[in-house]
Design a protein around this ligand. Structure first.
Ligand SMILES: [Zn+2]
Length: 208
């Protein structure tokens, strides 16, 4: 039995990363956004698949390769099925796959707006247990840990720094500047709020 008030924050970015590409029609570099559509081409037993992006200014398209000239036996059946059925959840996942996008686009615009869903995993006890937050990220985001805590718990950056310096706020994995880095899946943040006057308000913000 854990002696912390344990909550899980499931974090979902709101806007897919946008590659900046030279648009032929605009004759300039423009951000492109995923259209939510894919294209699948067969050439004998070899297949090509792309995710279609559109120029934000003129609707010109860019095909981001998912795979090219790949033999059908080398394609994961789940991926193939998702492409054949235009599986929305799968397309969304690929749209937010920053590492995949980096292979095909040099300049990428990232967004830090996220939706946070909070679930209580272990309720708060009567005494003053530390608050522990475990992050659940299906997709990468550029949002920094410090900013997430500031937004969701209503704590100023200065106060976060003071708590951290006093050893009352820690992250796992830890490391220098962990709070200044983007949030990570399965990251744990522990905050000791004993004696803080607004403890109840903070605990209440941490939960659903
Ligand atoms: Zn354009």
């Amino acid at each position: 039995m854990s002696h912390t008030y344990l909550v899980q924050w499931t974090i979902k970015p709101k806007i897919a990363p946008r590659p900046w590409l030279a648009c032929n029609r605009c004759r300039a570099a423009r951000p492109f956004e995923p259209s939510g559509k894919t294209r699948l081409n067969a050439n004998g037993r070899r297949l090509d698949a792309w995710l279609i992006y559109r120029c934000c200014s003129c609707d010109s398209t860019w095909n981001r390769p998912i795979f090219e000239r790949r033999h059908i036996r080398d394609i994961d059946p789940h991926t193939l099925n998702a492409l054949q059925t235009n599986d929305e959840a799968w397309i969304e996942k690929v749209s937010f796959d920053l590492d995949g996008l980096r292979r095909d686009a040099g300049q990428i615009e990232e967004f830090s707006e996220v939706h946070v869903q909070k679930t209580i995993l272990n309720p708060a006890a009567e005494s003053s247990p530390p608050l522990e937050i475990v992050l659940d990220l299906a997709m990468k985001t550029s949002l920094r840990t410090e900013r997430l805590l500031s937004m969701e718990l209503g704590l100023s950056r200065k106060r976060i720094a003071i708590l951290e310096e006093a050893g009352r706020l820690s992250t796992a994995p830890s490391g220098k500047n962990a709070l200044r880095r983007p949030v990570k899946d399965e990251m744990r943040i522990t905050i000791d709020l004993a004696g803080e006057a607004d403890r109840n308000a903070i605990l209440s913000s941490a939960g659903p």
